[in-house]
Write a protein of this length. Structure first.
Ligand code: SAM
Ligand code: ZN
Length: 279
């Protein structure tokens, strides 16, 4: 973890700025937060979670890590990383619902600035902080008050994660960019068919995501990324495990999918870029 982040984090107890101290962060009102051995800080207060281990569990997080490591989502990482917003000198980026940190980690290695990943899953943040030392990693509930200062971020990323529009609007600089990633046309259609899920209307989902950001945000750009990816048996198993909608599929359908040696699937994302409106 960066020992002296140039951007203020906020104490989740009292809202005062958090400063790095020896082996911990603390605020002026004496609330201490230890830096874990992996390098992350846990700012999730017990009343901000509904269960002991909220968010993606260890099996899902490990499946997501292996799937990312297999390279199957590299085109997504490369596309997002090529967005000009990341070339601003000293760019500040918050990834809310960052998972095991693959995307933010890659951004922090390719660009100069302050990179902060937040997830409610401790296991996910542990993995992220173990691997990517240039970034700051925080356990927090992205759907409650985020422990990040007002108007402090140039970019907020929300990729396949829950969105807190009121907090994003508070945290983003007036000229900042909110990047939202949702499943694109025919995303995983072959696996959805195998697991007996309807595909839904993907255009409608992207429109709905943009509409829910109003009136605080207006959409300025929409990118579509779509490619066919051949998967081996391990990748099929990992993708099935890490994708929440597939939990509801029947045991028989899941067992049948696990016997496949390979499957070519469509991977597709819609990336929305939004700006703060002048309201
Ligand atoms: C589908 S994963 C996406 C992870 C990452 N953005 C990626 O693309 O690999 C959704 C993530 O959102 C996290 N999450 C769910 N609810 C959350 C909340 N209230 N606050 C923060 N993170 C949350 C989960 O733990 C999980 O890591
Ligand atoms: Zn405090």
């Amino acid at each position: 973890m960066n020992p002296s982040p140039p951007l203020p984090l906020l104490c989740p107890v009292c809202g005062a700025p958090l400063s790095p101290l020896e082996k911990m962060y603390g605020c002026a009102n004496g609330h201490p937060f230890n830096i874990a051995k992996e390098g992350y800080i846990n700012l999730l207060l017990s009343h901000q979670r509904k269960s002991r281990n909220p968010g993606d569990d260890a099996d899902m997080v490990m499946a997501r890590r292996r799937f990312f490591d297999s390279g199957a989502f590299d085109p997504l990482t490369d596309l997002i990383s090529s967005f000009p917003v990341f070339n601003q000198k000293g760019v500040s980026v918050l990834d809310c619902g960052c998972g095991e940190g693959h995307l933010l980690g890659a951004l922090s290695e390719r660009h100069e600035g302050f990179f902060c990943g937040v997830d409610i899953s401790k296991k996910a943040v542990q993995l992220a902080s173990k691997r990517h030392k240039q970034a700051t990693w925080i356990v927090a509930n992205g759907m409650r008050e985020l422990p990040v200062a007002d108007s402090s971020m140039n970019v907020i990323l929300s990729i396949l994660a829950p969105r807190n529009i009121a907090e994003f609007s508070r945290i983003l600089k007036p000229d900042g960019a909110l990047l939202i990633g949702v499943p694109g046309p025919n995303h995983l259609i072959e696996l959805r068919k195998q697991l007996q899920f309807s595909s839904g209307d993907f255009k409608e989902k992207a429109d709905e995501a943009a509409a829910k950001c109003a009136p605080q945000f207006i959409e300025t750009n929409r990118d579509l990324l779509s490619y066919e990816q051949p998967l081996c048996q391990e990748q099929i198993a990992d993708l099935t495990q890490m994708t929440p909608i597939f939990w509801r599929s029947s045991l028989e359908a899941k067992a049948a999918v696990m016997t496949l040696d390979q499957l070519a699937i469509t991977i597709s994302f819609t990336l929305l870029t939004l700006k703060r409106s002048s309201l």
